[in-house]
Design a protein. Structure first.
Length: 737
């Protein structure tokens, strides 16, 4: 990497070919790969920690740099050292400065990464069943692929901030640029620009401030495809490039569930291309012997590449793939619950809303490419190439879920122009790369959500790359179109996130050094220039929605479905030691510190609220347990089932105290009361933790979650009347079934 020839006499073609930028790409990928791999080994062996894994990765990195220096007789190139170090500084500074406010980052990745960094071992601790659905951090930390998540956990543990987990986005993106520069050596500037612009994937540009891994998926797919293209073009593959390909493919297998088939397809076409090449070498030989000879010649390198990737992936991705097989689940659980299910998935339901009359996946993809960008569940529509793209950029500002047109408003025009140029100028084309891209695209049932298949961005560039060198001037206009498309997404997305972070700093100015609680939010804020030590508290790890317009303190009005509840630790009230009747005004302070309850339809402005109902499948109360418990406590709940045209006779409610179930409460339309024992250890845990947070959650598994109910009261749910928390004295009886 950081090397140059000691003398002209000692230089060699191999050494010259291994010189930067290939080694830059190699070490950038290695910087992400090593902590992930070492932490995977530590978790399997139950040794070390993420911090130790991070330190070991740096030691290995330095040792390998000195080994290569000795191996290829080169000395340190300080310019390359400064470029590499500068990229690391930039990646860490940008990750630290920008807060991840996207839903998936807040809901799944931040808590999962923080838990692994804090000592959670998914190999042995496993799924922590809190009676919830599959959309929470414990599922993510156990069953989801997490090669870059392990990297993020190492940085979080070593540097003390989960926002550093985004470093992999910038490093892998930079690696694609350096590797593209390596694979286009000796070509004209325009041909180089083809692949440089191919690296500017809109998915990366839209998600670079989030812990969401679609951008990493895009970068790793591009590295894998460029690696495969070297095979397709018959280039010599050096040892460093081979190692780069193995690391990138192993990370691709583990960055996301869809990375497994994508990486497998890349390896498959490398093997098939080698088979075809070997078969074509002896045209005069009989077909049978010729085929088996070619098969043997192709099998050995294919087995070597696939075997190495599989071996590394078995360690790096022990969870989820091997764990799922060991537990009798399908290999892609929980992304694929069952291979035999006929139930439409959540994404299928979204697709039916965006493409109401176009249900097959191929037509959806076609419309998504040419449609105006759409981040809402509204029917997609084809935009005119001559219309202004200004309204379309707004969808990329505060959303990563672009359901249509996810590669930008001009991508459809760019694709048509590239295909037309290849046909008119009779370019030779790159059939192998196109076949690889096509199979990767159509193996994904939801490719129309283009963040799931970000490599669709590469199709026009593969076409432009095949334009003959003598007619290369014709590709200038499509390249300019691609630059405007990528630049528009980068500008509008970056501008919004810059100003949003400025707003966050102003918003949290009064909270400097204090403990902040947010319902339906996780917050870990910091900044290079204005560092606020706001302590994060994971108030609601089940389903997180970051509200854009929060308000401090207790709400001035009655709690409603769209309300927010952000408060400081000193705002928390102690548990009510009397029977708290929710229709009484005395209960309002606790109701303001709750979530999931709304006034019933009978509520009218100016009248006392007499009935509070759940609007989702969970109700929470936040309290401060500021006394040392001497024994168990009792929780008494009173309520009934309400129904709106739903044929249901009873409802199961599972009470949780600090994320641990304490029983099951079955209620019906007539209403009933039940008392549960709250173990002393749960109360001690709340008392000993900073902030003394006591969470009381009532979960109803049969009721739709807030994301599915769209903030509307479900057809049936809980009508809560009163609750009481009190110390257990003597022989107090409690039914805690």
């Amino acid at each position: 990497m950081m090397i140059q020839n000691k003398s002209a006499e000692r230089s060699s073609p191999e050494a010259e070919r291994l010189f930067s930028p290939l080694l830059m790409a190699f070490f950038l990928v290695l910087y992400v790969f090593l902590p992930s791999f070492i932490l995977s080994v530590f978790l399997l062996l139950r040794v070390g920690s993420p911090t130790v894994a991070y330190g070991c990765s740096h030691a290995v990195l330095l040792a390998l740099a000195f080994y290569l220096r000795q191996r290829i007789s080169m000395e340190i190139n300080w310019t390359t050292v400064l470029v590499f170090a500068g990229l690391l500084v930039i990646a860490h500074a940008v990750s630290w400065y920008f807060f991840d406010f996207f839903h998936d980052g807040l809901a799944y990745f931040q808590p999962a990464i923080s838990q692994i960094a804090g000592g959670f071992n998914p190999v042995y601790d496993g799924y922590m069943d809190f009676g919830r659905g599959p959309d929470i951090w414990s599922d993510v930390a156990t069953y989801y692929p997490k090669s870059t998540m392990y990297f993020a956990a190492c940085l979080t543990a070593a540097l003390g901030d989960v926002q550093f987990g985004k470093v992999s986005h910038i490093l892998l993106f930079a690696a694609t640029l350096f590797y593209a520069a390596e694979t286009t050596r000796g070509e004209s500037l325009l041909k180089k620009c083809v692949w440089y612009l191919a690296c500017l994937n809109p998915i990366i540009l839209n998600q670079w401030t989030s812990l969401i891994v679609d951008g990493d998926l895009a970068s790793l797919c591009l590295i894998g495809l460029l690696f495969a293209n070297s095979f397709f073009k018959g280039k010599m593959i050096s040892g460093v490039e081979y190692a780069l390909g193995i690391m990138a493919l192993a990370l691709l297998f583990g960055v996301k569930t869809t990375g497994f088939p994508y990486g497998s397809i890349i390896i498959f076409f490398i093997c098939v291309n080698r088979l075809w090449t070997e078969y074509a070498k002896r045209p005069d030989e009989r077909a049978g012997p010729r085929f088996f000879r070619a098969l043997g010649n192709a099998f050995r390198p294919g087995l070597r590449l696939g075997g190495m990737v599989l071996l590394v992936s078995c360690v790096l991705n022990f969870h989820p793939y091997i764990t799922n097989l060991r537990e009798g689940k399908n290999i892609f659980y929980p992304a694929v619950q069952s291979f035999q299910t006929n139930q439409p998935s959540y994404l299928d339901q979204i697709g039916d809303a965006v493409y109401p009359t176009r249900h097959d996946r191929f037509t959806r993809l076609l419309f998504s490419i040419f449609a105006s960008p759409m981040s809402t569940l509204s029917p997609a529509w084809i935009r005119s190439p001559l219309s202004s793209p200004a309204p379309d950029w707004r969808h990329f500002e505060n959303s990563y879920n672009i359901y249509a047109g996810g590669l930008g408003p001009w991508f459809g025009l760019l694709l048509c122009a590239a295909i037309l140029l290849q046909v008119l100028l009779k370019g030779p084309g790159n059939l192998w790369l196109l076949l690889t891209l096509l199979l990767m695209t159509f193996i994904q049932p939801h490719a129309w959500v283009l963040r799931y298949s970000p490599f669709v961005w590469l199709f026009p560039f593969v076409c432009l790359d095949s334009v003959p060198e003598k007619k290369k001037v014709f590709i200038a206009l499509p390249l300019l179109l691609a630059a405007f498309n990528a630049g528009g997404i980068a500008f509008f997305s970056g501008r919004y996130q810059w100003y949003f972070n400025l707003w966050l700093r102003d918003f949290f100015e009064p909270c400097r050094g204090k403990i902040v609680f947010m319902d339906q939010s996780i917050f870990d804020f910091d900044s290079i220039f204005k560092r606020f030590s706001v302590t994060p508290e994971y108030v609601n790890p089940e389903e997180v929605v970051f509200h854009r317009n929060p308000g401090f303190g207790r709400l001035a009005q009655d709690r409603d479905a769209k309300g927010v509840n952000i408060f400081l630790a000193e705002d928390l009230l102690p548990p009510p030691e009397f029977s708290m009747n929710l229709s009484d005004e005395a209960a309002l302070p606790w109701l303001y510190m709750s979530e999931g309850l709304v006034p019933s339809e009978e509520y009218q402005e100016g009248r006392r609220v007499r009935i509070w109902r759940s609007y989702s499948n969970r109700v929470k109360f936040f309290m401060s347990f500021d006394r040392k418990p001497e024994n168990d406590w009792l929780l008494t709940l009173k309520g009934k089932l309400y129904t709106n045209y739903a044929l249901i006779s009873n409802l199961s409610v599972v009470p949780f105290v600090n994320d641990q179930a304490i029983g099951v409460w079955k209620i019906d339309r007539t209403g009933n009361e039940q008392t549960f024992v709250v173990p002393r250890k749960l109360l001690e845990k709340a008392f000993n933790e900073e902030g003394h947070l006591l969470k009381l959650m009532l979960r109803m598994p049969a009721v739709s979650s807030v994301s599915l109910s769209q903030w509307k009261t479900s057809d049936f749910g809980l009508e809560l009347e009163s609750l009481e928390l009190r110390p257990k004295i003597g022989d107090d009886d409690a039914d805690s079934k």
